[in-house]
Write a new protein. Structure first.
Length: 224
C-alpha cells in the first residue's frame, strides 16, 4: 500500500489545483462572482462595473488595467512577474471599494501562491478572512483557501480553527472543508477519523461530484 504521506501530498496538490471554479458551479451566482474572478479574471468585472456607480467604474478600470496584462500573459509569467503583479493588486486593494478590494486580494493571493510565496498568500487570505466589509461567503472562501494551503506546515489546531465554522452542513463550503479536515486527520496520524469523514463525504448527495469522487478514490487507496 502506498504511504499515507504520499497520498496526502497528491490529494493536497489536487485540492489546490481544483481551486474555486468548481465551487462556483455548485454554489451559485454570488460565489461565482468571486471564484471565477480569481481564475478567469476579467469577464465578471466588466459585467459588474456596468451596474455600478462612477466610483466602482473607476475601480473596475483600475483593476482591469492591472489584471489585463496578467490574463494575457497566462502561464508564461515568471514568478518574479507574478509577485510584482500581486504587489500592485495589494496596493490597489488598500483603497478600493469593498467588492474590488475582495477580488484584488483573492487575485493577489493566488499570484503569490503560484509564485511559491506561501507566506504572502496566506497573509492575504487571513486578511480577507478577517475583513468585516467583505461578504461572509467570500470571507469563508478565504479561510478555506488558507486551510487548504496551510495544511501540513501550520499547526493542526490553527487549521482546524479555520475549518470549524466551514464544516457545518449549513455552510456552502462544507464538503470541501470536511475533505480538508479528513486530510488533517490523516496528517495527524488519525486514519480512522479520516476514513470515517471520507466515507461521509463520499456518500453526501450535496457534495460536489468531484469531491465525492476524490474522497472515494482516497478511501480505496487507504484501504488497498
Amino acid at each position: 500500500m502506498r504511504r499515507v504521506v504520499d497520498i496526502f501530498d497528491e490529494v493536497s496538490d489536487d485540492l489546490r489545483a481544483e481551486r474555486t471554479l468548481r465551487l462556483a458551479r455548485r454554489y451559485g451566482l454570488l460565489v461565482l462572482g468571486a471564484a471565477v474572478a480569481v481564475v478567469l479574471g476579467v469577464a465578471l468585472q466588466q459585467t459588474y462595473a456596468w451596474y455600478q456607480g462612477k466610483q466602482d467604474q473607476k475601480a473596475a478600470a483600475a483593476y482591469l488595467t492591472i489584471t489585463a496584462p496578467i490574463d494575457a500573459a497566462g502561464p508564461n509569467q515568471s514568478d518574479a512577474e507574478r509577485k510584482q503583479d500581486a504587489a500592485k493588486l495589494t496596493q490597489f486593494a488598500a483603497s478600493a471599494p469593498a467588492g474590488y478590494r475582495t477580488l484584488a486580494t483573492l487575485r493577489a493571493a493566488a499570484l503569490y501562491s503560484d509564485a511559491g510565496d506561501a507566506a504572502q498568500a496566506e497573509k492575504l487570505w487571513t486578511r480577507l478572512g478577517q475583513d468585516s466589509g467583505a461578504d461572509p461567503l467570500l470571507r469563508d472562501l478565504a479561510n478555506l483557501l488558507w486551510a487548504q494551503h496551510a495544511l501540513g506546515h501550520a499547526p493542526d489546531d490553527a487549521v482546524m480553527a479555520r475549518l470549524k465554522p466551514l464544516v457545518k452542513t449549513s455552510n456552502p463550503y462544507h464538503a470541501l472543508a470536511q475533505e480538508t479536515e479528513a486530510l488533517l486527520d490523516l496528517h495527524a496520524h488519525k486514519p480512522d477519523l479520516g476514513k470515517a469523514l471520507l466515507t461521509q463525504i463520499g456518500s453526501d448527495p450535496d457534495a460536489p461530484e468531484q469531491v465525492r469522487a476524490r474522497a472515494n478514490l482516497l478511501l480505496e487507496q487507504l484501504n488497498g
